[in-house]
Structures are given as C-alpha cells and as structure tokens.
Write a new protein. Structure first.
Lengths: 217, 217
DNA sequence: GCTATTATGTACTAAATAGTCCACAATCTA
DNA sequence: TAGATTGTGGACTATTTAGTACATAATAGC
C-alpha cells in the first residue's frame, strides 16, 4: 500500500507538544512542520488544516492522559477519596516537573484550549467538551463508591460534585499557571475534601516524591 | 498642548472588547485599529506594540470590574457569605447576557489571558497575577468578617480559602465556557458554601432577575 | 522487476501582518 | 495670528503566513 511514513504521527506529537507549550493561535503550520521534521506537502497530505490536525492531536492527548493519569489514579485498589486526592497530587507533580524542565508550568491542555478557543471554533469547543465529560466519569465513579462506603454524605449529588471537583482542579491549575508556581497548588488540596463534604477524611500529607526530572513530558 | 484626541481611549476600549471576545493572539494590530477607528500611525503614536496596549487595557479592565463587580458586591451591607454568593450570581448573570447577545459566553478576561499568555509573555503574566491578588483581597476581607460573625469555623485559613474560592470561580467559568452554557454554573453554587465550610448557610435560591439584554457589555 | 499507490521536495502565489516614514492637519499657548 | 506641539492619513517595506502545483521518490504487492 504505497510508501510508508510516520509523518502523521510525528505531526500529531508535534501539535500536542507545541500547542501545549504555547497556544493554538501562536503556533503556525510552518512551526508544526518544522517541529515534526515534515514538509508542507506532507502536512497537507495528511491533514486539511491546522484545525484538522489539532482535532486528531486532541484525541491522542486524551488517550494518553487517560492511560497515564486517570486509569492509574482512579484505581479500585484505593479508597475513593484517595483516588481523587491522588489525581490532585499527580497533577501538581507533573506541573512541577514542567516548571523545572521548561521554566514554565503549562497547566491543563484541555483547559488551555477551552479558554482560548471555545468562542472561536465550535468544533474544537465541542471536542474538548467531550473529553471533559469523559474525565467527569472517573470522578463520578469515585464519588459513587465514596457514597457506598459512607465517606461522603448519602445526600451528596454525585454528578454535581464531580463537576465541582473538576472545576476546582481547573481553577487551581489556572491560578498556579498565572503565578508560574505549581507549588502554590499544595495549599489548596484541602478544598477537595471540602467539596466532597468528606468530614472524616484525614488531611493527609502530600507525598514528597523525589521527582525524576529527566524522563517526563 | 497640541491636537487633542481620544484615540488612546478608543484603542484601549477596542482592545478590551476585541481580545475578550476572541483572544490575544487572534487579534491583530490592524483589527485593533479598525475596531477603534484609528489608523496605524495613531496606534504607534500612542503605543509601542500590541503588548503595550494590552497592558494598558488590563489596567482599565480591572478598574472597571472593580467598580462594577467587586465594589458593589463586596459591600458591608450584606452578610459576608451573601457577598461571595452575590459575586457568583453576578458572574453567572453577566455570562448569560453575553451568551444571549453575542452567542458565546466569554468567561473571565483575566482567566482567559492567564491560560493563553502566562507561558508566552512574562510581563502580561505578572500583570494579570497582580490583578488576581487584588481580587483576592475582597474575598479575604469577606472571609475575615465571616469568621468574626461565626458563620465559618474559627480555624478556617482565610488566605487559603480565599484562593480556593477564586480558583473555584475560575474553574466553574472555564467549564461553562467549554460548554458555552452559562446556566450550567447554577448547579455549582453550593460549592461556594462547601469551600467556606459554612455549615449553617442556607442554600438560598439564585435570584431570577429579569435580565435587561440591551444594556450590558 | 513492474506497476499502482502513497509520500515528499521544491517552488510558487496571494494575502496578511508588524512596523516605518513623512507630509500635513488640528489645536493649544503666547 | 504665529509658532510650537501633538495627532493623523496614506503610502510603503519586509516578513510571515496558509495553501497549491506538480514532478519525483519510495515502497507494497504482484
């Protein structure tokens, strides 16, 4: 079936990396081609426009985040409240690595794109919205379990609280990015318990992992 | 002192409006000139670059928001928890008006700029950060009063909780913008009480004001 | 090895963009 | 009303940008 190529995958990887590091509008087609070591003709061979590429990159980004963040964090092995807190801590940790390696914390790729593009591109908006809905499912499941185990009030509205938690995460990351200071997120961990109305949850210490600076995107 | 002009003010107004409606990178110098009915020579007469203009526009934006949102909302006339809830409701109301008049809710101008530009422009980042700090003062004062009045626990950390609340607002608006659905914010009002750990606060109904569609920016 | 299929290099266009230049217009102050 | 001061119109440049055209290169399957 003709000449093989991984240019498509390289372009997707370049889009994820470059747009996450800068922004949608700041990155040009030429930038993406350069980052992927691909010529314009190859770009337009695989994608019809920047939007087209970014839609594919979003799918890729979500699959990656789901595999690396959500699946490991929201595991049935842990008590539900620990899953949610673990998510918070993992986000914080990744932002710290970014700050150390790049000089800037980049925040949440979906949050970034949402605020920049929701009013500009209906397709992108709808696509990102879809991944937020996917993320919510993980929170909803954890809250459902928490309810069954009695660690949160039986009256708690799972769907609403899941959204509240996701909103809180996005907001915490937003403020931290505005300071370029991921460590300022740590003080806000407790808000997770408050939003869950989890009275008995112990305010566990954040894990002080030795961060491996080299090996993370 | 020479020829008078309001081109400077028109440019600032145009920058506020246009960049809020779209994004920093999506708006060109030509766009700003056109929106302000000003030629390029006038633009560069008053400002050295787009960044320069936007820095001035940010000051203007904050002064306006402080006068129109914060000062009226965080008034000593109201119980402290009502001030914070009033802020939430006013934000929601303004987003609804935007949606009805423009077709899109625009979110928070500072939040938008933070996520788009914090990694790209250190001056802008620092400036927006400063206005977030200003906003925090209003929350801190309300929480301080709430503590004195005993509506929140005496152990509550005022500074941390103020940040948590601001983060929550930003996150709620972010998710709503991602749905282009301001009314979806309403269900998340209760999170404000949770974050304040305000046990006795009544879950008051959101005010159903008849929104005057015409007269709001 | 031949051929259909798929990918890439080079060169190109048209439009958009930031920013400059300078003559001149409008107004203030004396 | 003269002259200094300040703002504006409009044309201009150099660069960047998205997107196209087409010949040619590389491979798969036969």
């Amino acid at each position: 079936m003709g000449r093989p190529s991984d240019a498509r995958e390289r372009l997707i990887a370049a889009a994820r990396e470059t747009i996450y590091a800068h922004s949608y509008e700041a990155v040009t087609v030429d930038d993406l081609c350069a980052a992927a070591h691909v010529t314009k003709s190859s770009f337009y061979h695989f994608f019809s426009s920047k939007q087209d590429l970014v839609l594919a990159a979003l799918e890729s980004q979500w699959r990656w985040i789901e595999a690396v963040i959500f699946k490991p964090t929201f595991t049935d092995d842990l008590p539900p409240q620990e899953r949610i807190l673990g998510f918070f801590d993992l986000m914080l940790e990744r932002q710290q690595v970014q700050k150390e390696t790049e000089g800037h914390m980049r925040g949440c790729p979906f949050g970034n794109l949402t605020l920049e593009m929701s009013t500009q591109d209906e397709l992108l908006r709808a696509r990102v919205e879809h991944f937020f809905e996917e993320a919510l499912k993980y929170f909803e499941r954890a809250l459902h379990d928490a309810k069954e185990e009695g660690v949160v009030p039986a009256t708690l509205d799972v769907k609403v609280t899941a959204r509240a938690l996701l909103a809180y995460f996005e907001g915490v990351i937003l403020l931290a990015k505005g300071r370029n200071d991921p460590s300022s997120m740590a003080a806000l961990r407790g808000g997770v318990f408050s939003l869950m109305q989890c009275q008995n949850c112990v305010e566990r210490e954040a894990p002080q992992k030795q961060v491996a600076v080299a090996s993370v995107t």
